[in-house]
Design a binder for this molecule. Structure first.
Ligand code: NAP
Length: 328
């Protein structure tokens, strides 16, 4: 394929979506660079165990991240470890600026920057971050061995992380604002069966307190009665969803009210040649397998977009080239 500008494709973000896009882009012979400011894997890296990625009954999030990165790099993928400071869309060529001052240009861009943990917004949360407040049980659970912790949230993340913490801690409370968990049934069943875990239903955290600069209490409020009380705890692990990392999304790109980017079925935004995949994209569910699927879709669509541009066509909506359809 003829080269478009410096690169055919720039992928921003090295989680499951970005790495999957890289595998497909490299196999489609696109001149591709992937930019990632941290370690590859994204949110996957924060999962202790992944049990629903097809082909792996149990695999650590870090191991799956490593396998995906190795897979992409086996095709000779160029990886740049830098922070992206700006994405400037152009008519034909898009510009990506890096923190070190480098400027990269490409015909197509896939934005795969995911999301970050949502904050509770209560007093003590920021002040005691790293001193008992955490957003990652896999990273920080070790420091709470044989201690008592409070997990906040009722989704898959809260359930998974509470189960992980129950292997280390003496007692794990889960504070959930309703009377039913949102987590999948299999996780709910495991929570019920784990005697170290106690769910505090209809409960919100209103303040996190510390003594000697280490968390020692959380103030709780019953959402039905309004009653307040203190719970002794050594740590507070917060898993209440996440907010999209949309800082690089160019002005004028369609987003929903929550800041997730709206795309078409090819994962393309309303800026031609700019694709958004994974957790940053507006979608029904957020799973590793879905981010990987988005990566595939966007890379195939980007390959077609670049090829159409090279051929001097302006319309990118047509059949995939045979060479790409044959790739599996
Ligand atoms: P989530 O599914 O959005 O759940 C967030 C939880 O936090 C909900 O229970 C919500 O309560 C609660 N919450 C939200 N804001 C709150 C607040 N201000 N105060 C107290 N509680 C609050 O988020 P997630 O668990 O991080 O999961 C995100 C996505 O990743 C989901 O699609 C999930 O299925 C997926 N995921 C999948 C796996 C897996 O399959 N292995 C693992 C982790 C995550 P309500 O229930 O009342 O809304």
């Amino acid at each position: 394929m003829a080269s478009c500008s410096q690169y055919d494709l720039i992928i921003i973000g090295g989680g499951a979506g970005g790495l999957s896009a890289a595998i497909y882009a490299m196999r489609a012979a696109m001149k591709t660079v992937l930019i990632e400011k941290g370690a590859p894997g994204g949110q996957m890296m924060l999962s202790d165990e992944v049990e629903n990625y097809p082909g792996f009954k149990h695999i650590g999030g870090a191991e799956l991240s490593m396998k995906m990165a190795e897979h992409a790099q086996a095709y000779g993928l160029e990886v740049v470890s830098q922070e992206v400071t700006a994405l400037e869309p152009g008519l034909d060529v898009h510009t990506v600026r890096l923190a070190n001052g480098d400027v990269l240009r490409s015909c197509a861009v896939i934005l795969a920057t995911g999301g970050s943990p949502r904050k509770l917004g209560v007093r003590g949360e920021d002040a005691y971050y790293g001193k008992g407040v955490s957003y990652c049980a896999t990273c920080d659970g070790f420091f709470f061995r044989n201690k008592t912790v409070l997990v906040v949230g009722g989704g898959d993340s809260a359930a998974e992380e509470a189960l992980y913490l129950s292997k280390l801690c003496e007692k794990v409370y889960i504070a959930h604002r309703r009377d039913a968990l949102r987590a999948s049934m299999i996780l709910q069943q495991r929570i019920r069966e784990e005697c170290k875990i106690e769910v505090l239903w209809n409960t919100i955290v209103t303040e996190i307190k510390a003594e000697d600069n280490a968390v020692n209490q959380a103030r709780l409020k019953d959402t039905i009665t309004g009653d307040e009380r203190h719970l002794d705890t050594d740590g507070v692990f917060i898993f209440i969803g996440f907010t999209p990392n949309n800082e690089l999304v160019p002005a004028g790109t369609r987003m929903n009210a929550d800041g997730f980017v709206v795309t078409d079925e090819k994962c393309e935004t309303n800026s031609p040649g700019i694709f958004v995949i994974g957790d940053l994209r507006e979608k029904y569910a957020r799973q590793i397998v879905l981010s990987a699927a988005d990566g595939c879709t966007a890379a195939l669509a980007a390959a077609h977009f670049v090829e159409a541009k090279m051929a001097g066509k302006s319309d990118s909506v047509c059949e995939l080239p045979e060479s790409l359809m044959a790739t599996n």
